[in-house]
Design a protein around this ligand. Structure first.
Ligand code: SAH
Length: 368
């Protein structure tokens, strides 16, 4: 299949599959659409890098994974946890972050077992080249329970499906995916919805105010799949010790609006035009994730902006050290530093959420 939108007439496309399903059973939830689209998208390709669809922080520079390796080593050591423990990454992509983090950890004497939670067949094969001794998991349920876990998830939660509600003159409805003039398009569901119940039941005061004051046309997003992943991590940390970093683009207070977006070849495209052929993401609601983590028994250390967090960990000094050993790379290093920490780049839109077992010490770069 080439560049343009897929249509219901192209029989083998996911668009055609969705069109048949919609004709048979009615519109689909946005979450169903997003889950099936991303499963197809990730399973067959390596989407990362200049020749792919998007670039992530570990692919920008080795400094990102190295600082995460230092953070993990630091908290593990101060917690007095026994070696070797487990390094766990959720959605490790090409395995680049794990390579940079584990190199630093091994230099400090840590030798954790390596576990990858990864859904994609294509990416598992690439990860295996760099991490032949890793163990792969379909989800968190099969992770070992015998020792503390050091868990990292960069741009993992944003790929998990979201539900959407839309405010109409007749109250809240689910926003769904239906057919319009032979193409997939968002439609408004017929059934009335209670927004608070649909958002997960226990609603913060800030979210309750948003729901109460929302104008017609306003959209609310929630991600039960992300909440389930964070909950599972929190319960593991509470039960067996350890710490976790969730890094993603998102917001730290609830807000209105659709953040569903599709990216292909480094450009935004219509989210409904080519399911399975573009990367679908949504912003992470870090306020909801922090509440979920605490409900699961973890300590929430805080949610920092990526730029200040990396600076607190010493990315400036790391860039200077790398520049001294490779003077020809100075311009490249400075560009990477700006990309990872700059306000107009990944520095403020991206957030780092830290979690730990309640008995573990505070993590570097977080308030508690
Ligand atoms: N962390 C990497 C890759 C980010 S892309 C980086 O920063 O470069 C998202 C990653 O999550 C991919 O590895 C993708 O295959 C994986 N992924 C997405 N949805 C998943 C799911 N439901 N279960 C397991 N892995 C998933």
């Amino acid at each position: 299949m080439t560049g343009g939108a897929t249509t219901a007439r192209d029989d083998r496309s996911l668009t055609a599959t969705f069109a048949r399903l919609i004709a048979a059973t009615g519109p689909l939830s946005i979450a169903h659409f997003m889950a099936e689209s991303n499963a197809r998208y990730y399973d067959s390709r390596d989407p990362l890098g200049l020749t792919g669809d998007f670039i992530t922080a570990p692919e920008v520079s080795q400094m990102f994974g190295e600082l995460i390796g230092l953070w993990l080593t630091d908290i593990w050591t101060r917690a007095g946890a026994p070696y070797p423990g487990h390094y766990v990454e959720l959605g490790p992509g090409r395995g680049t972050l794990a390579r940079d983090a584990l190199r630093v950890m091994r230099r400090q004497g840590m030798a954790p077992a390596v576990h990858f939670v990864e859904g994609s067949t294509a990416l598992r094969a690439i990860q295996r080249e760099h991490h032949p001794d890793a163990r792969w998991h379909d989800d968190l349920s099969t992770l070992p329970a015998d020792a503390p876990l050091l868990i990292v998830a960069n741009e993992f939660l944003d790929a998990l499906p979201v539900h959407q509600l839309v405010k109409t003159a007749a109250g809240w409805r689910e926003r769904l995916v239906g057919m319009h003039e032979g193409r997939l398009a968002p439609v408004v569901g017929a059934r009335p919805m209670d927004a608070a119940v649909a958002m997960g039941g226990t609603v913060s005061a800030a979210l309750a105010a948003l729901i109460a004051d929302a104008p017609d046309g306003a959209i609310l997003e929630s991600s039960p799949a992300s909440a389930a992943a964070v909950r599972a991590v929190a319960e593991r940390l509470a039960a067996q010790g350890g710490a976790a970093l969730f890094i993603d683009y998102g917001h730290t207070a609830p807000r209105l609006g659709s953040t569903l977006q599709a990216v292909r070849a480094h450009r935004k495209v219509d989210a409904f035009a080519m399911p399975g052929e573009a990367d679908l993401t949504a912003h992470v609601d870090f306020a909801a994730m922090a509440e979920t983590a605490e409900a699961g028994g973890a300590r929430w250390m805080g949610t920092a902006e990526q730029g200040p967090w990396l600076h607190a960990l010493g990315i400036g000094a790391r860039a200077q050290a790398l520049a001294r050993s490779a003077p020809a790379q100075v311009a490249t290093l400075n560009a990477a530093l700006d990309r990872l920490t700059g306000e107009s780049q990944m520095g403020t839109l991206f957030k780092v959420m830290g979690l730990a077992n309640p008995g573990w010490p505070a993590g570097a770069g977080f308030p508690r």
